[in-house]
Design a protein around this ligand. Structure first.
Ligand code: HGY
Ligand code: MN
Ligand code: MN
Length: 414
């Protein structure tokens, strides 16, 4: 194996301690952007970049970028960059993000230790707020790095308590200058856990991503009338939560029918909901929920949203509630570049690792980067396909094996 699997394991293990949650299944972490746990994870990563002799910079939205300019390289040549993210969802796993960040660093250390002489610089990046768990949306740092979101707009985003990204980054000392500009990169590679069972079921060690699914999210509200749960007759109610639950079953039904009609790549989810006043003896007056719709085809995502808009209209008239529907995220499906897919395939051949081509059902920073330069993704197997859950697990040998493929692919491109 051309990487030091043990050193990679130590990095991921140490990172897992930041924001570690108390769970009796697996190892979980909650590392939201701008928290103390996020600062510790960032500090450790910066320290490891320093140890490897990379020049480290932090940009205006906290993207951390390490740059290796070997003697053999033309310092002005466009770099090849690899990386991912260090933030997590609440009670997430320890590999989603950190595998890609630390495998990218391990690739550079491997190139250095084997005396490889790249003709161009190599970059390692950790993007801010990929999960969108605190400031909403998602893939925020990579959106700024690719000009799809302006830094000011990003910094003004607020969490549920009204805290801005700007003050959150200031509070941990990670609001820097300028912005990482991915348009200057010759290409970008992201190693990530598959978060699905296809590699495991096929018994194949790595996946090369063809297309990253499109993702669109919306915030939907239901305004009914809070009232006494005991004294209000059933037909006198405008129950916001009952209305929302009818909508939620439509989301599931429409997602399922689109999946059945296609290649089972369409998904639709309601994963976040708040209800007011949230008391057992009060008919709910207000509900706000988040909808997440994805597919590798834009058209099917729009068909799902059209069906949801119709359902809201029917629920409004049948239940006498008012609803609102605001798109909060909208990213087209992202084909990965042939150049990067070929480099990953060559990297797998060199490492004698069998690969499978597949789409990604999860969204990733690589989809943002693919808009302005060559981008590619490599998957490592996920045990039982579980992710966004402390049970998320990828064997250390698979981490090492896919990090070797990533390293070979970088070597192909530099
Ligand atoms: O939601 C996603 O697909 C990614 O984990 N942010
Ligand atoms: Mn994730
Ligand atoms: Mn991720």
């Amino acid at each position: 194996m051309i990487v030091d699997e043990d050193r990679l394991r130590r990095d991921i293990d140490a990172n897992a301690a930041f924001g570690e949650i108390d769970t009796d299944v697996g190892r979980g972490r909650t590392v939201l952007t701008g928290t103390e746990a996020n600062r510790k994870a960032r500090d450790r990563f910066v320290g490891r970049l320093d140890d490897a002799g990379l020049d480290v910079s932090v940009d205006a939205v906290g993207n951390v970028f390490g740059r290796w300019v070997p003697e053999s390289a033309d310092p002005d040549a466009a770099p090849i960059v690899a990386g991912s993210h260090l933030d997590s969802v609440p009670e997430g796993g320890i590999f989603d993000g950190p595998l890609g960040v630390y495998a990218a660093l391990e690739a550079v250390r491997s190139l250095q230790e084997r005396g490889v002489e790249p003709a161009r610089p190599v970059g390692v990046v950790s993007f801010t707020e990929e999960e969108g768990s605190r400031f909403g949306g998602g893939m925020l740092g990579s959106a700024v790095a690719t000009g799809q979101l302006d830094p000011e707009g990003a910094l003004s985003l607020e969490d549920d308590d009204g805290v801005s990204l700007e003050s959150a980054l200031d509070s941990i000392g990670y609001r820097g200058e300028d912005v990482v500009d991915a348009s200057e990169w010759a290409g970008f590679l992201e190693l990530h856990v598959e978060q699905d069972t296809r590699l495991e079921h096929a018994g194949v060690a790595a996946g090369i991503v063809t297309t990253v699914t499109g993702i669109a999210q919306a915030t939907v509200t239901f305004e009914g009338e809070a009232n006494h749960a005991g004294a209000t007759a059933m037909d006198d109610r405008r129950d916001a939560l009952a209305a929302a639950s009818e909508f939620i079953s439509v989301v599931e039904r429409v997602g399922q029918s689109e999946a059945d009609a296609g290649e089972n790549t369409a998904v639709a989810t309601v994963g976040k909901l708040s209800v007011g006043p949230n008391a057992t003896n009060v008919v709910p007056g207000h509900v706000e929920l988040g909808v997440d719709v994805r597919d590798v085809e834009r058209e099917s995502m729009e068909r799902i949203f059209d069906a949801l808009a119709n359902a809201l209209g029917e629920i409004e008239s049948s239940r006498g509630v008012e609803t609102s529907f605001d798109r909060t995220l909208d990213v087209d499906p992202a084909p990965m570049s042939d150049v990067c897919q070929d480099a990953l395939r060559a990297g797998a051949d060199a490492a004698v690792v069998q690969v499978l081509s597949m789409h990604s059902g999860a969204a990733h920073d690589a989809m943002r980067v693919s808009r302005i330069t060559d981008a590619g993704m490599l998957f490592a197997p996920s045990r039982d396909g579980i992710s966004h859950n402390p049970r998320e697990w990828t064997d250390w040998e698979d981490c090492g094996r896919t990090a070797s493929v990533l390293t070979n692919a970088i070597e192909e491109l530099v």
